[in-house]
Design a protein around this ligand. Structure first.
Ligand code: AMP
Length: 641
């Protein structure tokens, strides 16, 4: 008797489990299934994705509902469409030998009428995202007043995504007597509040192993200067030629920008985030599963529930706001017994987060250094040599050998090898010869500069300083303005600095990579009906800032009269498209094997590549930013907490 048989599961479920190839229950299944089968109880289960929790609630719910009754008896709420579809599919697989059970998925971005029709035909189990479910309830398209089971899957994530009110409203329309099973990776206050409000004496279970993959995932961090983040990412990709990775960014905007830059630099990358249409997202996922995309740049929300095997690396391009989210991210690799690496690109000011994460994952990070250009060249060279060795020869080529021999006649074997490899390799050498090494040292130096208030702006490669026509008169102080700018511009914690607030105007800095974004977005937003105007300031204002953010430098004493002269050339550039401008100057888009490539970032998988995506498919596969991105540039009142 296998262990599933001891859990009290029905014959039809055991048969389905056999088909699925599950040999033994996972920890959460072992703990939850007998409990849930035995009695009607509320349950709180702390379990990560990848622990087998879908079956932990799926098997009992299928066994407990009445297949002869076509009313909706169970509602499962999940944060994303992807997860919703994944759960629906799993439940369909589990219930395939159970006659008459209908599972219907309800999610945004698809026809609500069709979903309503499916429900009307009789759906004992509905798997839904909260937003669409609320919509259907409002329109009277669904009746959940008779349900016996309500399951909140990834509750923390749903609340993270702002579904608190929807969830409360949905739960309020369900009967009090139902059983509620709440699954969550973490237990933040809001989740606990939901539990308290809607559950009675829930049984609590915690799954010890945080994640099925955790034992197989190693964790590394690379300390870099904030401005070197992207370069670091490229180097990590170059140092791992067979990388198949999910790269996490904090915002949709960064996700899109990083993916676009990677594509322009010749990597097979694509973005995955909530502003893409469903068809675009499906296309990206299909390409990723098919491994035509090597680097999937994603937001946390969009990547939830992605179950792709053989992901070699998870890259935290930026750390998540909630450190608990790190666990979800790293769980994308090291699945199914395979080894995986979770990489964090971190700046010095974020370093303390690493220790907090170590406490959560109960594993240590290894500190590593971004490989130098020489190291990368070596790796690439060996990779290329191996690729040549492993390439199967199509004997069609024999016909051309005499002509080829003619051309190459007189070259020794050694010369021939050198030349052959150089065809592909020269561009790597050329690129890395020209590009300085980036290391933690530069990060430290930069932090020191920041602390000392040393002016970095307008130096070669230094920061951009801006003048903006909002100040303390608009209820900003340096902290609230920094928050407002970061929020409006979707920038990270350290990306806006040296904020200096005066009465009617202010100054602030960003790295030059953000200049276009700042100019484009800020010049198109209004604050309480007043248009914001931002200009690049030549007058650097880089004087020291005291603890309150006040400038103590000579240049900006305080009054309006000290505002830098506005010059015509500072007039904001407005681009019709509203799209991102990438720094094409440094990384021109390349079509083929032109000689100018040597001046650009090296394109991966060039002459010897069979990876079509890197050459033709990726830019087409990576959907462009949609207009709705502009939404995030709407001004919000500064927070005053
Ligand atoms: P989940 O945490 O529900 O997303 O499950 C993660 C993955 O583990 C899914 O691909 C499941 O099909 C698989 N899985 C669930 N339970 C078991 C089990 N007992 N044995 C093997 N694989 C499982």
């Amino acid at each position: 008797m296998n262990k599933f048989e001891q859990l009290g599961l029905s014959e039809s479920l055991l048969k389905a489990i056999l088909d699925l190839g599950f040999e033994n229950p996972t920890e959460v299944q072992e703990k939850a299934i007998p409990l849930l089968l035995e009695k009607d109880t509320d349950l709180v289960a702390l379990a990560q994705t990848g622990t087998g929790k879908t079956a932990a609630f799926g098997f009992p719910v299928i066994q407990k509902i009445d297949a002869n009754n076509r009313n909706t008896q169970a509602l499962i709420l999940s944060p994303t469409r992807e997860l919703c579809l994944q759960i629906t599919n799993e439940l369909k697989n589990y219930s395939k030998y159970e006659k008459g059970i209908n599972v219907v998925a309800v999610y945004g971005g698809a026809s609500i009428t069709e979903q309503a029709r499916d429900i009307k035909r009789g759906a004992q189990i509905i798997v839904a995202t909260p937003g669409r479910m609320q919509d259907m309830i409002n329109r009277g398209l669904v009746n959940i007043s008779q349900i016996n089971y309500c399951i909140l899957d990834e509750a923390d994530e749903m609340l993270n995504m702002g579904f608190y009110e929807d969830i409360v409203n949905i739960l309020s329309t369900t009967p009090d007597e139902k059983s509620t099973w709440l699954f969550s990776a973490t237990m933040p206050a809001e989740v606990a509040r939901i539990g308290k409000q809607f559950m009675t004496d829930p049984i609590e279970i915690t799954v010890g192993t945080k994640n099925s993959g955790s034992a197989t995932v190693s964790h590394e961090f690379y300390l870099v200067n904030a401005r070197d983040r992207y370069e670091a990412l490229k180097r990590l990709a170059d140092a791992n030629p067979d990388i198949f990775s999910v790269v996490f960014c904090r915002t949709k905007r960064d996700t899109q920008a990083v993916a676009e830059k990677l594509i322009e630099d010749g990597y097979s990358a694509a973005a995955l985030h909530g502003d893409l249409s469903q068809a675009q997202r499906d296309g990206v996922m299909k390409s990723f599963r098919g491994r035509q995309i090597q680097m999937l740049v994603a937001t946390d929300v969009a990547a939830r529930g992605i179950d792709v095997d053989n992901v070699t690396h998870v890259v935290n391009y930026q750390l998540p706001d909630e450190i608990e989210t790190y666990n979800h991210r790293s769980g994308r690799t090291g699945r199914a017994g395979k080894l995986g690496t979770s990489i964090v690109i971190v700046t010095k000011s974020e370093l303390r987060k690493i220790s907090s994460i170590e406490r959560i994952i109960k594993q240590k990070f290894e500190e590593k250094t971004i490989p130098s250009g020489i190291e990368i060249c070596e790796i690439q060279l060996l990779h290329l040599a191996n690729k040549i060795k492993d390439t199967e020869v199509d004997h069609e080529i024999d016909n051309y050998l005499p002509a080829i021999n003619n051309v190459l006649e007189g070259l020794s074997k050694e010369e021939l090898i050198k030349k052959m490899v150089s065809v592909e390799f020269n561009r790597f050498i050329a690129y890395y010869k020209k590009n300085r090494d980036i290391s933690s040292q530069s990060g430290e130096r930069r932090e020191r500069d920041d602390r000392d208030g040393a002016p970095r702006e307008n130096n070669n490669g230094g920061a951009t300083r801006y003048f903006v026509n909002i100040g303390s008169r608009d209820n900003f102080d340096w902290m609230s303005l920094k928050d407002y700018l970061k929020e409006t511009l979707d920038l990270g914690r350290d990306d806006v600095f040296k904020v200096d607030v005066k009465e009617g105007f202010s100054f602030f800095n960003t790295d030059p990579e953000h200049t276009d974004k700042v100019m484009e977005i800020l010049n198109n937003v209004q604050l309480e009906g007043r248009r914001i105007n931002v200009e690049i300031s030549k007058n650097d204002g880089g004087g020291r800032r005291d603890h309150n953010g006040r400038s103590s430098g000579a240049g900006f004493g305080g009054g309006r009269s000290s505002a830098p002269r506005r010059e015509g050339s500072f007039a904001p550039r407005r681009e019709g498209s509203g799209g991102f401008r990438n720094d094409r100057g440094s990384a021109p888009r390349e079509g083929g094997f032109r000689s100018e490539r040597s001046s650009a970032a090296p394109r991966r998988e060039g002459g010897f590549s069979s990876d079509r995506a890197s050459r033709e498919g990726s830019s087409e596969r990576a959907p462009r930013r949609s207009e709705s991105f502009g939404d995030s540039s709407r001004p919000r009142r500064p927070r005053r907490d």
